[in-house]
Design a protein around this ligand. Structure first.
Ligand code: URP
Ligand code: ZN
Ligand code: ZN
Length: 460
């Protein structure tokens, strides 16, 4: 099957030109300024950007957490992702204590198979690291599961001590894997949470008030220092605080390979959201929490000046209004942590980043597609438009506006954190390895047509 995308403006992390793109089967086969080829299907992209498909390297689909399960599974979540211009995700498979990593990987593969409408990979959440599990890490890296998430927070659930973290870092230094770190000081937070509850402070805003920015900065600094001692790069997930960003910047200025992602919620929402009336603040309970509004400009600067490398979503939705008795109504520490965003990332970052001139169009592509592909071993198969790369392509209308709302979004969750926000820039048509999945804003793909992405080990 030959598909020709004609008349659009091709944008990659480095280029922007008027170009026609020919797709042969699953791959891009030819790019030219004016291709005169009889294809099986021709898509008119006049007035549109032709972008590499978005890559979201931080999602939690069908994940048991906080006494419930995230409400999007691999079918609903990946369809919503495609609507928003994302064609690849890297989700998290959890190793529970006493389990092997392979068991966890197989469990999450079963959740995705037959359901995912776009391609997917996995990071492993490691909670139990003995000698045998260290050996398994090597084997997983060889099999294309090349990254591992460790937690410095959630004591008794996910949190690891420094010695265990250091062992994992040393192992990835040898096997080419990458450690993704949830950097918050879990011990400090636990004490603050218990103290707040003892004082009768139960409302959602106390989730934020018991997770200080300094607890994130301290853990970020410690994580980077341990990676430096293990002589291996590190990737900090969902960075939210300006104080934590300072730690990343300081390390990078010294030439230490520290990478970090932030997420749209930290760029567009703030602590003020926790002050919404009633139990509304629960919609924003996530870890790390939303920070003061002034942080947003600092994070945008970090993105523009390459101290932050990636915008992912940490999509982890939980319904709130649907429940008769919402979890955590009388105790903020029982509100499941996480918020939706898999569908709204590209539009928000384009509207709030490119149109406001905080970042360039090329940087937008880099942050949402190319850099995650490079850091997590998918480039140049994914993350760019080039002959031989997978035909994961988004046809994006930069002029069209839309309103974000739970009434119209495709995520399976009963609220949208950006409800009523007007954005300009709309994903109209999406191809995933040459298959049309979204056409004129309608899903035309098939659940189960996404494939596992076997990722490459770290090259640097
Ligand atoms: O609140 C969050 N971030 N929920 C998802 C789990 C995690 O720590 O990424
Ligand atoms: Zn986390
Ligand atoms: Zn997460």
């Amino acid at each position: 099957m030959l598909i020709l995308i004609k008349g659009g403006t091709v944008v990659t992390a480095t280029d922007r030109y008027r170009g026609d793109v020919l797709i042969d089967g699953e791959r891009v086969s030819l790019i030219g300024t004016s291709l005169d080829i009889q294809a099986d299907k021709t898509i008119d992209a006049t007035g549109r950007y032709v972008l590499p498909g978005g890559i979201d390297v931080h999602t939690h689909l069908d994940m048991p957490f906080g006494g419930t399960t995230s409400s999007d599974d691999f079918e609903t979540g990946t369809i919503a992702a495609a609507h928003g211009g994302t064609t690849s995700i890297v989700d998290f498979a959890i190793q529970y204590k006493g389990q092997t990593l392979h068991h966890a990987w197989e469990t999450w593969m079963k959740k995705a198979e037959g359901k995912a409408a776009i391609d997917y990979g996995f990071h492993m959440i490691v909670t139990d690291l003995d000698q045998q599990v260290e050996v398994e890490m090597d084997s997983l890296v060889r099999q294309g599961v090349t990254s591992f998430k460790l937690f410095m927070a959630y004591p008794g659930v996910f949190m690891l001590d420094d010695a265990t973290i250091f062992r994992a870092l040393l192992r990835t230094s040898d096997n080419g894997g990458t450690i993704c770190m949830h950097a918050e000081n879990g011990g400090v937070i636990d004490v603050l949470v218990k103290r707040a509850l003892a004082e009768g402070k139960t409302a959602p805003k106390y989730h934020a008030l018991t997770r200080p920015a300094r607890a994130e900065a301290e853990a970020t600094h410690r994580a980077i220092a341990m990676a430096e001692m293990a002589n291996v790069p590190i990737y900090i997930v969902h960075l939210s605080a300006a104080e934590a960003l300072e730690m990343v910047t300081e390390a990078r200025d010294r030439g230490v390979p520290a990478y970090a992602e932030t997420c749209p919620q930290y760029l567009f929402l703030s602590y003020d959201n926790y002050e919404e009336p009633g139990f509304e603040g629960a919609k924003y309970v996530m870890s790390p929490p939303l920070r003061p509004k002034e942080t947003q400009a600092k994070l945008w600067r970090g993105l523009a000046f390459h101290d932050l490398q990636v915008v992912s979503t940490d999509h982890c939705p939980f319904c709130i209004k649907e429940q008769k008795e919402p979890l955590g109504k009388d105790d903020f520490s029982k509100i499941p942590n996480g918020a939706p965003g898999i569908e709204t990332r590209m539009g928000l970052v384009y509207d709030g980043g490119v149109l406001t001139r905080r970042i360039s169009l090329n940087r937008f592509v880099e942050l949402t597609s190319t850099a995650p592909a490079k850091i997590f071993g998918m480039f140049p198969r994914k993350g760019t438009i080039a002959p031989g790369s997978d035909a994961d392509i988004v046809i994006f209308n930069p002029e069209k506006s839309t309103m974000l709302s739970a009434r119209t979004h495709h995520m399976k969750v009963d609220y949208n954190p950006y409800e009523g926000r007007q954005i300009t820039g709309v994903t109209e048509t999406v191809l995933s390895r040459g298959r049309l999945v979204i056409e004129n804003e309608k899903f035309v793909g098939r659940a189960g047509s996404g494939s596992f992405i076997k990722r490459d080990p770290r090259s640097l």
